[in-house]
Design a protein around this ligand. Structure first.
Ligand SMILES: C[S@@+](CC[C@H](N)C(=O)[O-])C[C@H]1O[C@@H](n2cnc3c(N)ncnc32)[C@H](O)[C@@H]1O
Ligand code: SF4
Length: 387
């Protein structure tokens, strides 16, 4: 089948291990004294082969190694997965292959290995450029090692992004602007800037409940968000999604696949996917605990714990929740084709009219867009809007 006729697929690979558990993090990440790289490599390759066999020929538009801390993968493991994925599927000419990296010295030493394995975009967890703040966040690296990792990444990868966390306890707008300014001086073409959130079940949640951690109030958080967007704009970085900023053309194609509600497959512990098989849209999820996941893959060839067809109304709901996050908003024709529901039938018309009147949403001739003001308040808007 010619390349142009293949259905697209984005592939997510989860690496579930970290050097230490950060007290704010609720991702599926685990600390182990020793990681059996050979075992996890073999299991990931086996689960990938299983998924590829049932998906059939596809055009692979992006591959994303997320975690956990994928920079703790041996470069040979990354290479083996990239080779297997690009053999099983037809890689798009401009395939984006991203790996999330933490900036400790051990991991930075592997950057060349990741590049040689085929990674062409690296996303570094800088998080803060203040050593006290990094210690409070439980990070295993300093601000200097964050900057060093960025410099090495810029020399070796065509595309570099980094993550920071702001709206931290006691953080003033002035201090954040100074810190962000130093980060922006590194001339990134993509940034993910997240406001600290208290996730249930984390150590921060316990400390927050005890009053030991106090987050900025809503007005301060909004001011910090505005200051962030203004500083990014001075460096030509547009807020193309709630927490993501990019120069034109440098947007994360993998994340755009999620927000556009396109097909993506997820392998590895706890990974989820949305894939079309035989005309049905399926929600998939894998077993979360790493060793149990590996055992299941060794026994069955996969560790799927959930595979359900997404009913039409849920499709529309999910496509709305994802689609209003990026600044491009929702394309009505794509929405209808993907969900089987017309965009106007998926939203409450009165809520839409009221939210548009207040300047949070905009119905355009071709779709629906959340304004910058609306994107900041999506969690509050969506329950009103979605039928
Ligand atoms: C799963 S982490 C993976 C990256 C890598 N392990 C690291 O920590 O840099 C993805 C990103 O989510 C963000 N994140 C995780 N928990 C968060 C929280 N509670 N509040 C805000 N951002 C958070 C961090 O910026 C982190 O870089
Ligand atoms: S924030 Fe990153 S390094 Fe820290 S525990 Fe979560 S996934 Fe691991």
């Amino acid at each position: 089948m010619p390349d142009g006729e293949l259905k697209d697929i984005a592939l997510y690979v989860h690496w579930p291990f970290c050097l230490a558990k950060c007290p704010y993090c609720d991702f599926n990440s685990h600390v182990r004294d020793r990681i059996d790289q050979g075992r996890f490599r073999a299991a990931l390759l086996r689960e990938l082969a299983h998924e590829a066999a049932r998906l059939g020929p596809r055009r692979l538009t992006s591959l994303f190694f997320g975690g956990g801390t994928p920079s703790l993968m041996a470069p040979e493991t990354v290479a083996a997965i990239i080779d297997a994925a690009t053999s099983a599927f037809t890689p798009a000419e401009d395939i984006e292959i991203t790996l999330e990296a933490n900036p400790t010295s051990v991991e930075t030493a592997n950057f060349l290995g990741f590049r040689d394995a085929g990674v062409n975009r690296i996303s570094i967890g800088v998080q803060a450029l203040d050593d006290d703040a990094l210690a409070a966040l439980g990070r295993q690296h300093s601000a200097a090692s964050g900057l060093r990792a960025l410099a090495i990444a810029r020399e070796n990868f065509a595309r570099v992004s980094f993550d920071m966390i702001y709206a931290r306890p006691h953080q003033s707008a002035a201090a954040w602007q100074e810190e962000l300014g130093r980060a922006l001086a590194e001339a990134p073409d993509h940034l993910s800037l997240y406001q600290l959130t208290i996730e249930p079940g984390t150590q921060y949640a316990t400390r927050h409940a005890r009053g030991e951690i106090v987050l900025p109030d809503a007005d301060t958080a909004a001011a910090l968000y505005d200051a962030t967007t203004e500083a990014a704009a001075r460096h030509d970085l547009a807020p193309y999604e709630v927490s993501n900023y990019a120069k034109p053309g440098a947007e994360s194609r993998h994340n755009l696949a999620y927000w556009r509600y396109l097909d993506y497959a997820g392998i590895g512990p706890g990974a989820h996917g949305r894939i079309t098989l035989d005309g049905s849209l399926l929600a998939t999820r894998r077993h979360r605990a790493p060793e149990e996941w590996a055992q299941r893959v060794e026994r069955d060839g996969h560790a799927l714990t959930e595979q359900t067809e997404v009913p039409p109304l849920d499709r529309a709901r999910e496509a709305l929740l994802m689609g209003l996050r990026p600044a491009e908003g929702i394309d009505a024709a794509r929405f209808l084709a993907r969900t089987g529901t017309a965009l106007d039938d998926a939203v409450d018309p009165q809520a839409l009219a009221a939210l548009a009147e207040e300047g949070y949403l905009r119905r355009t001739p071709t779709g629906l867009i959340a304004t910058a003001e609306g994107r900041m308040r999506l969690d509050a808007l969506l329950p009103l809007l979605v039928r």
